[in-house]
Design a protein around this ligand. Sequence first.
Ligand code: HEM
Length: 122
Amino acid sequence: MTTTTHAHITTWLLAIILLFVALGLHKKGNLKGFKIIQMVMRVFYLLIIGTGIALIIGAVHLSLLYIVKMATGLWIIGIMEFILMKTSKNESTSVLWIQFVIAFLLVLYLGLKLPMGFHPFA
Ligand code: HEM
């Protein structure tokens, strides 16, 4: 597996872990800590997109599935940003979590179907 695939997996995995860390801090009433993680998450969004674009550039056979993969990846990033935004306003996030699960399963399937890195569904 290439370094770029490793970097891509590392960045989205860390972003998801940070999402839960942020929610934990918010629950404990540590709003300052929450804000800091929220900002760090934005850096991770850029890293996820950057490594994703690098993977697309390195792809040998581009297909429509890559566009769908990118769109789903961007969708999850939007969902994570909205979850944090709604949480900071103490608003309900249930609809966002439903979307998160759907988008995550989809992006996992697409990422693992596409030919680079692991591809058990190819
Ligand atoms: C939180 C968001 C994201 C998650 C959870 C995610 C997840 C994944 C997973 C599981 C893989 C497969 C890795 C492997 O095969 O070893 C992958 C590969 C890939 N991702 Fe993402 N991704 C996300 C965002 C993005 C974005 C925003 C882009 C585009 C800008 C993108 C583009 C790609 C590309 C091009 C590949 C390689 C596909 C191939 O195997 O040929 N991803 N991603």
